[in-house]
Design a protein. Structure first.
Length: 113
């Protein structure tokens, strides 16, 4: 399985911001929609947002207005900008390549004062 490499998580106070990054191979990046999922303790993994190779985006209701997904084609990287973070955004965030069903290793985001 090819790797999706995530970075950028950490601890942030409520109301703060973080940017997550997901780097994929050129083959995966150019063909497949890339999404971000998250899984909070005791909850199921849920889709947060995704972006197609053409740049079309979709968002879960919980992410609309606060999170932004984008892509840098030159770097084979998808970004997730998290703003106005709330404690309920605390979760492990996963990058996912839909056409290949490849998952990243997951990265922890903790929102706490």
């Amino acid at each position: 399985q090819e790797q999706l490499v995530e970075s950028g998580g950490g601890l942030v106070q409520p109301g703060g911001s973080l940017q997550l990054s997901c780097v994929a191979s050129q083959n995966v990046f150019s063909i497949s929609p890339i999404g971000w999922y998250r899984q909070a303790p005791g909850k199921e993994r849920e889709l947060v947002t995704r972006i197609t190779p053409g740049g079309d985006t979709t968002y879960a209701d919980s992410a609309k207005g606060r999170f932004t997904i984008s892509r840098d084609n030159a770097k084979n990287t998808v970004y997730l900008q998290l703003r106005s973070l709330k404690p309920e955004d605390t979760a492990v965030y996963y990058c996912h390549a839909f056409f290949f069903n490849y998952w990243g290793q997951g990265i922890q985001v903790t929102v706490s004062s």
